[in-house]
Ligand binder design. Structure first.
Ligand SMILES: Nc1ncnc2c1ncn2[C@@H]1O[C@H](COP(=O)(O)OP(=O)(O)OP(=O)(O)O)[C@@H](O)[C@H]1O
Length: 655
């Protein structure tokens, strides 16, 4: 089947010169096309919605949304995509990139024959985070009903069955994170969905997807889509290093760049506060006092635990707030986003999982409570405010110990043509001088590969990439799990921080209640703990390791991608985690023979442990805190735990 991709034909527009366009756009900040691309037949920019061939139905929706005219990225990208070309679109945060790929997508889909019973989608939009996936899904749904189209969001962390049911009903559009999309393609032997009809692919925040090590997943999907597809990529930041990758995916792309390549939006007023760690909280309270009444506020921290700590402190200070990070289960994450976007809660504490794409009306202030550690993260975090022409403010706290990050912030100020504050420059200069006096070379800025300084960083980055890829291959990571490595360590630490006792008890075997006592099999050794941990991690992703492995294998057979998948099982994962624990604890595990010897003795060990249940899956928490007498909870393939609920510390158990 031939696919029509060229929908752009306007003689009126063809008479417009680039000069006309530049004059009508914002202060000459538009670099319409890459050098020479006009010669390659790129269409001229549009000025009105009608000129890009949107239907009356779409015009009505745009009117209802209050979008009077296209934004600078839309004026150039829409006709370029509608002319059938692949495209890289780079424009500042909050400039309307989503609509720039949605409108041509609707036109493209509506020109295709309708879906038949076993057909998969016509368009796939891939995003790096689940939150962004959800948001784009919502933007699409503003149009789909009146256009008679269907869209499904496919992302990890939530039940797969509902998504499967939606897909089976048929959808022209899938918005997804790449990991879950591969699971979905493999589900039920490939009967749930397929890539046969895909002819339009969008990679939103493409640089982030590649940076997070999800290139293999993205490529596995793309390589299995027909080669005459149309592919477009969008982001506010696009480090040069990503270009080679982009060009592998795109066919003779047009590059549309509005404003700088990776620049903080001019509508964001940037501030830096050089401050000691101990004074940060007071400064935050001061900022909240100043800005809270003017709109919503997002406070970025670097780690999940810091988000939780800050949340508690702010709640103590009587602020109604929520936190968002990768350690929170997806159901809670979704409802947090809904409450924050609707303005029900006006203060959000988040890790960088919320840095990209999140579009919240009336968001007035971003506070980088923990200084971001790479340039692109800084640009995207600041870009949560100052959107769609509104004014916003961004404050970044930098402690004297974080002087190494000052170079990136200076770069952000300079690229946005803002005067660099003297204290920030002094901080950077003193850092540079110190490094240079030690004979180390310092570069300022440099995107993902440079973080304001470079020693052996390239090597470190390569190792990091490998680790991320391994985690993805192990099924331990989804595309938004940037905190996962820290998460695993944190979970290991917290497991060993729990209060536990192991008592030796001599008793006849028949008197031992296996539910309440542990024999030497259930006296949990490090391997068992690691297995539980592996199960918990995968439970929180709603998928067991074995299932994950099976789906990955199935994916391999369905997708023709790399066939050299490692034979990884739940056991391998558990053993790897156990080895990690053992190294940490300097523990030498006993081998099986020794354990069997112990079994022959009639001495039993009673194992008691107080567990923090807050990070258990929602269903488990509910069962523990309900008065249900049957409290056996299956936490994985191999461990059953009986929990006793104490309302207060001194109460009798409620079992
Ligand atoms: N033509 C338009 N006129 C007015 N508002 C618009 C227009 N197009 C989009 N918007 C609004 O601008 C806001 C930002 O749009 P969008 O989320 O697409 O930005 P973005 O460029 O993708 O930002 P980011 O890089 O942060 O993801 C949204 O609230 C959107 O509804």
């Amino acid at each position: 089947m031939l696919t029509k991709k060229h929908f752009y034909d306007s003689s009126e527009i063809n008479r417009t010169t680039n000069q006309d366009y530049k004059e009508s756009s914002e202060e000459g900040s538009v670099i319409p096309l890459i050098e020479g691309s006009l010669r390659k037949g790129c269409p001229k920019p549009i000025k009105t919605w009608a000129q890009c061939g949107v239907s009356t139905k779409e015009l009505n929706i745009l009117k209802k949304l209050g979008f009077e005219k296209p934004t600078p990225i839309q004026v150039q990208a829409i006709p370029a995509i509608m002319s059938g070309r692949d495209l890289i679109g780079i424009a500042k945060t909050g400039s309307g990139k989503t609509l720039a790929f949605l409108l041509p997508m609707f036109r493209h889909i509506l020109d295709q024959p309708p879906l038949e019973e076993t057909d998969g989608p016509i368009s796939i939009i891939m995003t790096p985070t689940r939150e962004l996936c959800m948001q784009i899904g919502k933007d699409i749904k503003k149009f789909t009903k009146s256009l008679g189209l269907h869209a499904v969001c496919v992302y990890g962390g939530t039940g797969i069955s509902e998504q499967i049911a939606e897909l089976k009903r048929g959808a022209e559009i899938i918005v997804c994170t790449p990991g879950r999309m591969i699971d979905m393609l493999a589900a039920n032997g490939g009967k749930v969905t397929n890539l046969r009809r895909v002819t339009y692919i969008v990679l939103d925040e493409a640089d982030r997807m590649f940076d997070m090590g999800f290139e293999p997943q993205v490529m596995r999907i793309i390589d299995n889509v027909r080669p005459d597809r149309q592919t477009v990529m969008f982001s506010a930041t696009f480090p040069r290093q990503m270009e080679a990758l982009a060009r592998r995916i795109l066919h003779k792309p047009i590059e549309v760049q509005v404003g700088g390549r990776s620049v903080v939006c001019k509508d964001v007023e940037q501030h830096v506060v050089i401050i000691d760690e101990d004074n940060k909280f007071l400064k935050l309270l001061e900022l909240l006092g100043l800005y809270q009444e003017h709109g919503s506020i997002i406070v970025f921290v670097d780690k999940q635990e810091n988000a939780d700590i800050l949340l508690k402190e702010l709640m103590k200070a009587a602020y109604n707030c929520l936190s968002l990070h990768g350690g929170i289960d997806q159901f809670d994450r979704d409802s947090t986003i809904i409450d924050f976007k609707s303005g029900k809660v006006k203060l959000l504490i988040a890790t960088s999982v919320a840095a990209r794409g999140l579009d919240v009306k009336q968001l007035i202030l971003v506070v980088n409570y923990d200084c971001p550690n790479h340039y692109e993260d800084y640009v995207h975090r600041c870009g949560r405010t100052g959107r769609a022409g509104n004014k916003g403010f961004a404050y970044t706290f930098v402690t004297p110990e974080q002087s190494r990050y000052a170079g990136d912030i200076i770069r952000a100020f300079e690229l946005a043509s803002v005067t660099v504050p003297e204290p920030l420059r002094n901080l950077w200069d003193s850092y540079k001088n110190k490094q240079e006096s030690e004979g180390k070379k310092v570069h300022s800025g440099g995107g993902f590969s440079g973080k304001g300084f470079k020693f052996d960083e390239n090597e470190a980055a390569a190792v990091n990439e490998r680790k991320k890829f391994q985690k993805a291959a192990l099924g331990l990571a989804d595309s938004d799990d940037e905190d996962l490595e820290h998460d695993i360590d944190q979970q290991i630490e917290s497991m060993f921080a729990t209060k536990r006792t192991v008592k030796e008890i001599k008793a006849p075997l028949g008197l031992i209640n296996p539910a309440a006592m542990g024999n030497s099999h259930t006296a949990i050794d490090k391997l068992e703990l690691a297995k539980r941990l592996a199960s918990r991690i995968n439970l929180s992703k709603n998928i067991s390791l074995d299932t994950k492995f099976a789906t990955q294998q199935a994916a391999e057979s369905i997708l023709k991608g790399s066939s050299s998948q490692l034979p990884i099982t739940a056991k391998t994962v558990a053993e790897q985690l156990a080895a990690k624990l053992n190294t940490k604890l300097n523990y030498q595990p006993k081998d099986d023979d020794e354990r069997n010897d112990d079994d022959s003795e009639q001495t039993f060990r009673k194992y008691e442990e107080e567990l923090e249940i807050n990070d258990f899956p929602q269903q488990a928490r509910w069962r523990v805190t309900s008065k249900n007498k049957n409290l056996s909870i299956e936490l994985g393939n191999c461990v059953t735990i009986v929990l006793i609920f104490y309302q207060h510390e001194n109460d009798n158990p409620r079992i």
